[in-house]
Design a protein around this ligand. Structure first.
Ligand SMILES: *Cc1c(COP(=O)(O)O)cnc(C)c1O
Length: 399
């Protein structure tokens, strides 16, 4: 298949998608796949969830889009739901993850500006992170693969290794530092879950130097780890600002930047905006998604399905140590670090009717719906085992 008139920015599947239902995705030839990509961790309730369809259709009959020149009651309601569930007081809605990150970084710099500390502009990010593809987001991540060919790196961004305590302490202590941005579980970087002690150290350091702490929970938030927000696994590590997107609309594009009232104090009339952000369609779907995801049974299901996955995948790893190097991640953000090339493995999995996402560090990620049931977990793992067998055969032929 050629890309026709599409820019060549993606390496898409050799098939076109026709429809989806729960964990299943069907291509235009009628072939069915178990979908552990789920729109890249967005479809937290699987494809075609009836209550999300109802919410979208009901809102579609009323009003789609009016812009933020008008009051939208659903925005206030969703902001209330989200802030009641975490440390935050205020929300700003946008459409995509990178826009939520943009809002977070702007809020952080504005905070220091209105405090009269205009020199505080530097943003500290970490290796292995991913914050999106706008200039601010890719500079905050600092990953060379995303920055290559886009001109000079922006000033005001510092990239550190998470285990480099000495540089981190020095950077946070600098009078020009505005904020630290970190994913509590790194997603695109390959499902790397940060220990509570790392988050606690970041929290203590930033607080004691008047630096803001931003959690990018675009991928690990909204139930993905078995708590509503990933940092809620640990006590006393709440950030000042948090970004959400992916599963916030359970497949509909909507994102949010949440903050304490103090951290958001620079976000006053006219300083930031978006045409589509907070539109009624997105708000209606996100409200319905929130209601479904923020249920005890769903979060408990994530935890039990996750335990089941990890146990079974460890079994596969022990039978295929020549294929799987490590199983890691948290909740249903699962990374399988491979010995053969991860892109090749994705094709072997696809041959077995299983769709998995790529990731950094030669990983593939499993990002199933939060509602996946035990039989489906078993089915996914059986297909992974068959893909491992195919990978082993290919490795043998290559040797
Ligand atoms: C996907 C992702 C983003 C970017 O989201 P987009 O909707 O693609 O702009 C930012 N941060 C994290 C942690 C992500 O996983």
């Amino acid at each position: 298949m050629t890309n026709g008139h599409l820019m060549g920015t993606y390496n898409a599947t050799p098939f076109d998608v026709a429809s989806g239902d729960g964990v299943w995705l069907v291509d235009t030839t009628g072939r069915r796949y178990i979908d552990c990509v789920q729109g890249i961790a967005t479809n937290a309730l699987g494809h075609a969830h009836p209550r999300l369809i109802d919410a979208l259709q009901a809102q579609a009959q009323k009003v789609w889009h009016v812009s933020n020149l008008f009051g939208v009651a659903e925005q206030r309601l969703l902001a209330q739901r989200l802030t009641e569930a975490c440390f935050a007081d205020l929300a700003f809605f946008a459409n995509t993850g990178t826009e939520a990150v943009e809002a977070a970084l702007k809020a952080a710099r504005r905070y220091h500006a209105v405090n009269g500390e205009l020199e505080r502009v530097d943003i500290i990010g970490f290796s292995g992170s991913f914050h999106g593809r706008t200039y601010a987001a890719m500079n905050a991540s600092g990953n060379p693969a995303y920055l290559d060919g886009f001109g000079p790196r922006l000033p005001g961004y510092i990239q550190l290794d998470l285990d480099d305590d000495v540089s981190l302490a020095a950077a946070v202590n600098s009078p020009t530092t505005a904020a630290v941005i970190v994913e509590p579980v790194q997603g695109e970087g390959g499902a790397r879950s940060l220990p509570g002690a790392v988050l606690a150290r970041l929290r203590d350091l930033t607080r004691s130097h008047g630096v803001l702490l931003i959690y990018d929970e675009v991928q690990c938030g909204m139930g993905r780890t078995g708590k509503l927000f990933a940092h809620q696994w640990f006590d006393g590590v709440e950030p000042d600002i948090m970004t959400l997107a992916k599963a916030l609309g359970a497949g509909f594009p909507v994102s949010a930047c949440l903050a304490t009232a103090d951290a958001a104090k620079g976000m006053t009339v006219g300083v930031h905006g978006t045409t589509f952000g907070g539109n009624p369609l997105g708000m209606a779907v996100a409200l319905a998604a929130f209601k479904e995801i923020n249920r005890e049974e769903v979060l408990v299901n994530v935890q039990s399905a996750s335990a089941d996955f990890f146990e079974r995948l460890e079994g596969v790893r022990s039978r295929y140590p020549d294929v799987i190097a490590e199983v890691r991640g948290k909740g249903l953000l699962i990374g399988i670090r491979l010995i053969p090339n991860n892109r090749e493995f994705m094709a072997f999995a696809r041959d077995q009717g299983l769709l998995v996402a790529g990731g950094g560090d030669n990983c593939v990620r499993l990002l199933p719906p939060l509602t996946i049931v035990a039989d489906e977990v078993m089915d996914v793992v059986a297909r992974i085992e068959r893909a491992c067998e195919a990978a082993r055969t290919a490795l043998g032929k290559a040797a």
